[in-house]
Design a protein around this ligand. Sequence first.
Ligand code: ZN
Length: 327
Amino acid sequence: MGLRPNLLTRRTVGVASTTLALLLSTAAVGVVPAASAFSAAPAEVCAEPADVHSDARIKKGGVAKHDPNELTAAQVREREADLVAALRERANFRAGTGATTLATVSIPVVVHVIQRDGTRAGGNIPDSLITSQISVLNQAYGGATGGAATAFGFQLTKINRVTNPSWYPIVQGSSAERQMKTSLREGGKNTLNVYLGELSDNLLGWATFPKRKLDSMDGVVVLSESLPGGTATNYNQGDTGTHEVGHWLNLYHTFQGGCSGSGDSVSDTPAEASPAFQCPTGRDTCATAGLDPITNFMDYTYDSCMYQFTAGQASRMLTAWNAYRAA
Ligand SMILES: [Zn+2]
């Protein structure tokens, strides 16, 4: 596409996380048995609409069965009201404890590799793809690819390889997905659990949005061959991981809400009527100011096309971190 020169070097810049202070206690990071990691086991799958907290990225032409990608206006209003309430709750908590708001955050990452068997086709990807994915996350969230620098850095703490044909492929919204996550999820609210494998319905990945009360579904699911160097043509530079982690940190799609209203609740991402695919330079689907943000990580374009978060998205993610995931 020749979109911009630094696309050529984006994968070779150094890992930006080294400049981030490690402010979170590593004592809280370790391996916690799944059963004790949560205040209560999720009693009922349908306690609240699952779709509100789930979001998928799809390939062009892919159709998600339940299409959890776009929230309704009512769901967005509900989530925004909850964010305000969570912030108020946290402010009161901090006033009582003297705790401060975090400005930089190092996120521990536990990667679960779900395999059918020991072959590459069966999900057995090498460790090198995983460490490359962590580097891509650090570059993207550090602003090293051309976007705004965010507060976040990522530290790989564990690779957990699991051979279980009944979890392969990972089927979005299935009881098998719930069973897998309930068995495997580790750590507290601040721990990013990544599940890698073959996925259902042509999906590239999906993620949960943050909630005030941690549950075992929390985390991101990513097509293993979308990792940097994988075989997913046009989607193998690791930006599915970047996109899904954006949802985990409370970002909506840039096309959320279309051309009207508050859109994605971020003021510096121009409104966009619908998802953009491939790399449609110059696309402009709304009468409001600005071209469509096709280079934003929260759109659906090719990995080679997307390279940035905005300052507004960085701010929204940090606010949400302090509301939902900070210790
Ligand atoms: Zn998405």
